[in-house]
Design a protein around this ligand. Sequence first.
Ligand SMILES: C[S@@+](CC[C@H](N)C(=O)[O-])C[C@H]1O[C@@H](n2cnc3c(N)ncnc32)[C@H](O)[C@@H]1O
Length: 302
Amino acid sequence: MITFESQLVQPIEFLQKIVSKGGPEPEEYGQLMNMADYLEKEYKSGNISELDLQLMRNSFGEDCLKTTLHGHSIARPYGYAGDFMIIDKFYRRHVTADKRFEKWDKFWQSCAATQAVRNRKTYFINTLTNLLKEKPQLDLLNVASGPARDLADLYSGLNKGQLNTLCIEADHRAIAYAKELNKAYNDEISFIEKNIFRYETDKKFDVVWSAGLFDYFNDSVFVKIIRRFVNWTKSGGEIIIGNFSECNSSQAFMELFGDWYLHHRSEEQLTKLAVQAGMEEKNIKVEREPEGINLFLRILVS
Ligand SMILES: C[S@@+](CC[C@H](N)C(=O)[O-])C[C@H]1O[C@@H](n2cnc3c(N)ncnc32)[C@H](O)[C@@H]1O
């Protein structure tokens, strides 16, 4: 395997070679990640200019960027990173029908980070299913529900009346998509189109769940929103927050080439933020999905 240690020309030639053949083969995935790690270090040290970075991003070519997950990540067709559509494409293991560029989508779908997104759906389903064994009826608040494929898969295994869900979601297009996906359960799932910063309620829920949102918050916003979640949680209920960990092997590639930045946090940092929000350490735990990339901060509200 090539290690990119000494000069810029070698990794750039490697990237050009991969681009010219429509994407990497599985045996090149490791080298591509190595290259991204190396180039990101160079970029952060100031050895690669903004212009060079743009040239590298554009070197993928317009046609490729139009059709692939990679292009979706850069172009942000819904106006923000991590939109409901790209997340649902991860859940569906979508690969472009354009054979010229399918290698890129296969590569993206093989990344540990995309697998971690799929694993968080499984984690959500298992967690809610287990909680429903302890309490036969639950009220769930799902903040930043996106495509709500996690809900559709969960509800397909539940009996009517077990779970009532309210989704708060800022993007009306995500709500329309999620409603269609969940139309069999529309009397048990409702949606409010609202930015979570402006949402107010007196209602309390057994579980307040949010994944794919706090990764975009800085620490002070993170703490502020936990405090609000506490007000919306019943005594004995739980807050569960997903956040990517620092063990994301795809981080450099996502940032440098996908222009997709997250606040990666360790288990200790997540616990510290919950304590800052006024929670007692004995009521806090952090779990993880099998990749160890998506962490879940769980706070028991007394
Ligand atoms: C990465 S997706 C996560 C979707 C879903 N939770 C999942 O894990 O599949 C993020 C979603 O958060 C929504 N969102 C982002 N900022 C928001 C905010 N301030 N208030 C409500 N929703 C927000 C976006 O519209 C998007 O649908």
